[in-house]
Write a protein that binds this ligand. Structure first.
Ligand SMILES: Cc1ncc(COP(=O)(O)O)c(C=O)c1O
Length: 503
């Protein structure tokens, strides 16, 4: 393995893997299956332009949208979101969504940062339990909030986050706390907020990167666990609206790049963890007179409208949502993204957003996923590559539900994913995300992904999806044929130098 002087003194980030044009030694057109962005054709520019014209032409809306916001965010959007969420999510118990349970954010990333500012303390909060593999860009947000060295990886099993492993970890931390009494907190967020002892971070639906979705029983069990240990569950719910049904696709039908038309059920999301939590009696960990609960849904318009809108929302108990709105940066200036929130309100109110998601975004993603899966089954599965297929939908044996932007692969025994990604980059001008990228920073040893690769089907054109998988197949085939050569690593992940070479 060659060495390099550009070795990063930080964990690898996605930009380390993005090709820089002619840096790859191949004459092939670069294909990027790493990027988790919506394709340009999935951005509703015309609808947003019409909505922006309408709201700016109406002084009743134009004035508040151009002024400072109120702390919880643009009120008409909160009202509209309560209506929409009530329609989208199945009734759970007697739950209905109310506007006071919702606060507007600058998207899920900014929402996460604010949640940590208001409800955690780097001393009082013992640990952040992060599902592994994880959405890697969350780790720097946790570190910025003072949790460097306090991130704990919790592995997934077939059904998502492993609750047995999580509870063992929580118990162990509790034991340490008995031996060493907790030092006083640095923050004093009372009375509008509270500090939690633990944070549990995951993507409950269509996880990035694994694609897994927690079943309803597991959601309920997770909420009960959080309540037992005074933990705040933060679920990045950014893919809930992007689910569809996939019937099994056989590799024999894979010769054409046009997928067979399939019926298009809506892929109804399972209840939010915050819905489940809100229905339970107030927790004993609440301060007197408050009901903060133990789960918050951290949602976003990035994948529905466009990441550039930088707008999202949180859903939790009313006390929690109000407390969130009292984060210092919200009080000075009001909630983030007021302008974009007003434009989005208009497309939501008119039904244009729903029409766009149902009529364009979801079918396009589903079609792209079918294409990718078909190619994976035809080209990669015969080489011994495994692929996660999705959750079973409500007992219909033939039907599986999938969603989000990504497919998660497991390479054959002995084939290292970081090396495969590097070779794909050099030999095929193809960028894929090796599993190493999704390890929890500071606790990598607890859950490593040396044989996993994430492929994104959201960004590139359909023909590039097919071509990209074929090129990756060519790399894996060569690695298997070379068997045991320089590129075949039998243990652990590639060293940092090989990761640095992606630059
Ligand atoms: C799990 C997860 N959380 C958060 C984000 C970022 O969301 P936002 O653009 O709303 O900040 C992404 C984007 O890919 C994501 O996959």
């Amino acid at each position: 393995m060659s060495t390099t002087t550009t070795r990063p003194s930080r964990p690898a980030t996605a930009s380390d893997f993005i090709p820089d044009g002619d840096a790859n030694g191949s004459s092939k057109k670069p294909i990027n299956l790493l990027r988790g962005w919506p394709a340009p054709s999935l951005l509703p520019a015309a609808q947003l332009r019409a909505a922006a014209n309408q709201v700016l032409a109406d002084p009743v809306v134009a004035v508040p949208m151009l002024q400072y916001a109120i702390d919880p965010g643009f009120q008409p959007l909160r009202d509209e979101l309560a209506r929409w969420l009530g329609e989208v999510y199945p009734v759970y118990g007697n739950s209905a969504f109310t506007a006071d349970e919702i606060a507007i954010t600058g998207g899920a990333s900014q929402g996460l940062a604010c949640l940590l500012q208001s409800f955690t303390d780097p001393v009082y909060t013992r640990a952040v339990w992060v599902v592994a593999p994880c959405y890697f860009m969350a780790c720097p947000i946790f570190e910025d909030a003072g949790f460097r060295g306090k991130l704990r990886a919790v592995p997934e099993d077939e059904g998502g986050i492993d609750l047995g492993a999580l509870e063992r970890g929580l118990k162990e931390e509790g034991g340490k706390e008995m031996e060493t009494p907790p030092p006083p907190a640095l923050k004093h967020p009372y009375p509008s907020r509270k500090l939690y002892r633990h944070v549990i971070y995951l993507v409950a639906t269509c996880a990035n990167p694994s694609g897994k979705t927690l079943s309803l029983p597991r959601r309920e069990a997770l909420v009960h666990l959080a309540r037992k240990y005074d933990a705040l569950i933060i679920s990045d719910d950014v893919y809930d609206f992007l689910q569809w049904s996939v019937t099994p696709v056989t590799s024999s039908s894979s010769s054409s790049s046009t997928p067979t038309p399939l019926p298009l059920p809506s892929g109804t999301p399972l209840p939010l963890l915050s819905q489940i939590d809100n229905l339970l009696p107030p927790s004993p960990h609440n301060p007197p007179g408050k009901n903060f609960g133990h789960a918050v849904s951290n949602a976003s318009f990035s994948k529905l409208v466009g990441p550039g809108t930088r707008t999202g929302w949180i859903h939790a108990t009313a006390d929690f949502a109000w407390g969130f709105s009292q984060t210092g940066s919200n009080r000075s200036g009001g909630a983030a993204s007021q302008f974009a929130a007003a434009v989005i309100w208009r497309v939501l109110r008119d039904g244009a957003l729903e029409g766009w998601v149902k009529g364009v975004v979801r079918p396009a993603l589903r079609r792209r996923h079918v294409l990718m899966l078909r190619e994976v089954r035809s080209v990669l599965e015969p080489l011994g590559v495994g692929v996660w297929r999705g959750r079973e939908a409500g007992g219909v044996a033939e039907e599986e539900v999938y969603g989000g932007y990504f497919v998660w692969l497991t390479l054959p025994e002995g084939v290292d994913a970081s090396v495969a990604a590097e070779r794909a980059r050099r030999e095929e001008a193809l960028v894929v995300a090796p599993g190493k990228l999704f390890e929890v920073v500071g606790d990598e040893d607890s859950a490593r992904f040396p044989r996993n690769v994430r492929l994104s089907f959201s960004w590139v054109d359909e023909d590039e999806i097919v071509e990209g998988v074929r090129r990756f197949g060519a790399v894996i085939k060569r690695m298997l044929e070379e068997g045991g050569g320089e590129w075949r690593i039998n243990t652990g992940t590639a060293d940092e130098d090989s990761v640095a070479e992606f630059k």
